[in-house]
Design a protein around this ligand. Structure first.
Ligand SMILES: [Zn+2]
Length: 348
């Protein structure tokens, strides 16, 4: 393949949105004693979150967010303890692609160590184009899987409406992006709600795109459809989750209408229930979430500034899921309900 013909990745974040967190599928961990600024810049331009972490902290990261898609290991870091950490990581994280960073001069010197560590790919860290070519090959692989975009008007809307289903997608290896269109200043301090949204996304292994539209006035925003259209173009989702139109909150209804228009070409479009949903909310799809309902409660606990709101009480969250599972009894105890605007016809 001629690398010069490789199109640049279309992962640029639309103006008006900020990428506040990335899922592990776009995390690139670098083990190196050198700063490697050009390499980190190239990874950032390709839509990755590159982080320089020592091996011990990488192990912590994997425990928290799941394995990164890319691990770039500088040859000179491969001492005995690092090799042991690498070995343990490779056993637990099969989806992580490990690439050895070694210049032409040192590649042969480190070849034996690299082979011993099971590394078959070697790229020159001073040649960001070569590293990008490697990254893009991975992005092509990822593009064949399911991609989920969950859209909400305010921080915590998505997590309440479909948090357990998003965690289920993550468990199936699907890429999950959360698009939250406002920072929810009306519901609490701006900075803390932003940080809570980041914490919640990280705990789900999801990418977070955060807009800054004025909440309670989304219906009057001419930017709304444009922002969602750009996010849809960026993520190219196979499934979109959004508010139901059966909702008393004007922001939720506005986001529903805008998303239906922006996601007109997406194969599957599902509408979740918010605490402000009306009695007209009439779900026909029930996603079993027995394995993820507890984790959903943990994710919602990240919204500390909202603690005390009745709809975030764990027993209500669990009881609601228990109620909706009646459609799937007796095999399933917990489910999240969705109105289906468009169905891809697959079970996942
Ligand atoms: Zn809301």
């Amino acid at each position: 393949m001629d690398g010069s013909e490789t199109a640049p990745p279309t992962l640029a974040v639309p103006s008006g949105l900020v990428r506040e967190a990335v899922g592990p599928e776009r995390t690139a961990v670098v083990w190196s004693h050198e700063p490697l600024d050009a390499l980190l810049d190239a990874l950032t331009a390709a839509g990755y979150l590159p982080v320089r972490l020592p091996p011990s902290e990488t192990t912590v990261l994997v425990d928290v967010t799941g394995p990164p898609s890319l691990l770039l290991v500088a040859a000179e870091t491969l001492d005995e303890p690092t090799l042991r950490t690498l070995d343990a990581l490779r056993r637990s994280s099969r989806q992580t692609r490990v690439v050895l960073l070694a210049g032409p001069a040192s590649a042969s010197t480190h070849l034996l160590t690299a082979l011993r560590a099971g590394l078959s790919e070697v790229v020159d860290p001073t040649d960001p184009d070569a590293v990008l070519a490697s990254v893009l090959a991975r992005a092509d692989d990822a593009a064949t899987g399911s991609r989920v975009l969950a859209i909400g008007a305010h921080p915590d809307d998505v997590e309440i409406g479909c948090g357990a289903s998003l965690l289920r997608h993550r468990g199936l290896g699907h890429c999950v992006t959360v698009l939250t269109l406002s920072r929810g200043a009306v519901g609490g301090p701006h900075a803390s709600r932003r940080q809570e949204a980041v914490n919640a996304a990280v705990s789900m292994g999801a990418e977070l795109l955060l807009g800054d539209l004025e909440d309670t006035r989304l219906a009057e925003s001419s930017e709304l459809i444009g922002l969602i259209e750009q996010a849809v173009a960026m993520v190219d989702p196979t499934t979109v989750y959004v508010h139901s139109r059966h909702d008393n909150h004007q922001d939720h209804r506005a986001v529903h209408v805008a998303a239906v228009s922006a996601a007109r070409l997406v194969p599957e479009l599902l509408c979740y229930q918010s605490p402000s949903a009306t009695n007209e909310f009439a779900p026909t799809k029930f996603v079993p979430v027995d394995d993820t309902i507890e984790a959903k409660v943990d994710v919602l606990a990240r919204y500390r500034s909202q603690a005390g709101r009745p709809y975030l009480e764990p027993d209500l969250v669990v009881a609601s899921a228990r109620y909706w599972a009646r459609q799937l009894a007796p095999r399933t105890r917990y489910a999240e309900p969705f109105e289906v605007l468009r169905s891809s016809g697959t079970s996942d």
